[in-house]
Design a protein around this ligand. Structure first.
Ligand SMILES: [Zn+2]
Length: 424
């Protein structure tokens, strides 16, 4: 069935323009003004809202199977839809770990049955993320899995990573890496090793923890000519390393989270500000913003990491790392950088949250409103007057440092593959 949404400001050809959108279940058919319609076309009034391309997040923890007290595929994808996301990549630190073709096939069937939007799973880089034995990348590729991550941990052994990258490059797959050299992380460390750690007697995590293993990875990836992606970059040293690698022609991309763009170490007030990598200094945060603007960093991904209230009620040392992000990322980034600071355009934000992740992770016909593209989009009021309220989250995780933050964005509805999957 064809559907026509009228009375909307559609984001296409890099700008928001008054118009209409015509689509079916497979693709966008037309975008523009006064589109042709036939008697069978269903017509919906968009109420003057902005119609934006469905967002893409390459770094999401859905916790299912294995940790369903924190989140499920059903609740996580409902939260994603409520946040404007229509394609997300699921990190493989679930139980069982998708490290073999058999487990991955079951995982894919589970995703197919439960998810409200498109979910593309990562397989692990090493078996069970144990850092010892590389997964069979060729076999995974045969069932369509071409992206691998050990997110949550770095591969500590240089020899194992060397071997893994060699085999992955031969298979022509992508590694998306959480870099963390555990030689730099003391037991009980919870925040950046800086002013706040000192003032509160918290154990700090130095920037080298991330940047030293990133440098190792960049060297190995260049040696094997592997397509390499760096997860959740937080430190200026890491941005500098990526700048150098890119100048040398490496096939590398990198992501930065909304929280690392919005918060710094001095904002930390408790365990809802505890994540890994941690919120770092003002200098680091400015380097991330500038890195994104100048292309050293490529796009935004948000490391949605739900935990239970009970888990987050533990001490700074004992509480788990991570915050939820799917329902706050776009509203907060738009409010702060587009509306308040006027530092970014809507075009830049859409590039970093839809077009670039789709392009760099090899998704076809995704991330734009244009004929032939997937009918994935969301409608939002960009002049709203609202605040972030965790009680309204569809995610089971309420662990956010952004409760009470003002937002000028209210996401009204989200469409995935031509079907409405979220309506406020
Ligand atoms: Zn991570």
């Amino acid at each position: 069935m064809k559907t026509l949404i009228t009375n909307v400001d559609v984001f296409y050809d890099h700008a928001l323009r008054p118009g209409e959108l015509l689509f079916d279940d497979n693709q966008i058919l037309a975008v523009g003004e006064n589109l042709e319609r036939d008697a069978q076309t269903r017509i919906l009034d968009g109420g003057g809202l902005a119609l934006l391309p469905g967002l893409v997040d390459t770094h999401v923890h859905l916790r299912d199977p294995g940790h369903t007290q924190k989140e499920t595929i059903a609740t996580g994808t409902a939260a994603a839809a409520a946040g404007g996301f229509t394609t997300i990549f699921a990190m493989p630190n679930v139980l069982p770990f998708p490290s073999t073709v058999e487990v991955m096939k079951e995982y894919l069937a589970h995703i197919e049955a439960e998810s409200k939007i498109r979910v593309i799973p990562f397989a692990t880089i090493t078996v069970d993320e144990a850092g010892a034995k590389p997964v069979d990348y060729e076999a995974m590729k045969e069932i369509g899995i071409t992206r691998f991550s050990d997110d949550g941990v770095g591969v500590q052994s240089n020899a194992v990573m060397d071997q893994a990258m060699k085999q992955a490059a031969q298979a022509g797959v992508l590694f998306s890496c959480h870099t963390e050299d555990m030689n730099y992380r003391k037991p009980g460390a919870s925040v950046h090793e800086g002013q706040m750690a000192k003032a509160n007697g918290w154990i700090g995590i130095p920037s080298e923890c991330e940047s030293e293993q990133l440098k190792r990875d960049l060297k190995l990836a260049a040696k094997h000519d592997l397509r390499y992606h760096a997860d959740h970059i937080s430190a200026k040293q890491s941005v500098d390393a990526l700048h150098e690698a890119k100048a040398n022609g490496a096939r590398v991309s990198a992501e930065v989270t909304a929280h690392h763009l919005l918060l710094e170490e001095n904002d930390v007030k408790g365990t809802n500000w505890k994540m890994n990598p941690p919120l770092r200094s003002h200098t680091d945060r400015m380097a991330l913003i500038e890195g994104l603007e100048n292309g050293d960093l490529d796009f935004i991904a948000n490391d949605h990491a739900p935990h239970t209230a009970k888990e987050k009620a533990r001490s700074m040392e004992q509480a788990p790392f991570g915050i939820v992000a799917l329902e706050t990322a776009f509203p907060l980034l738009y409010t702060e950088f587009v509306h308040n600071q006027k530092r970014w355009s809507l075009r830049q934000l859409i590039e970093w949250m839809a077009e670039k992740p789709a392009e760099l992770f090899g998704l076809e016909k995704t991330g734009k409103i244009a004929p032939g593209y997937r009918p994935d989009f969301f409608l939002a009021d960009l002049h709203a007057d609202t605040v972030i309220d965790p009680e309204t989250f569809l995610s089971m995780g309420k662990n956010t440092p952004f409760a009470g933050w003002p937002s000028v964005v209210c996401i009204d509805q989200t469409w995935s593959q031509g079907k409405r999957v979220f309506q406020r």
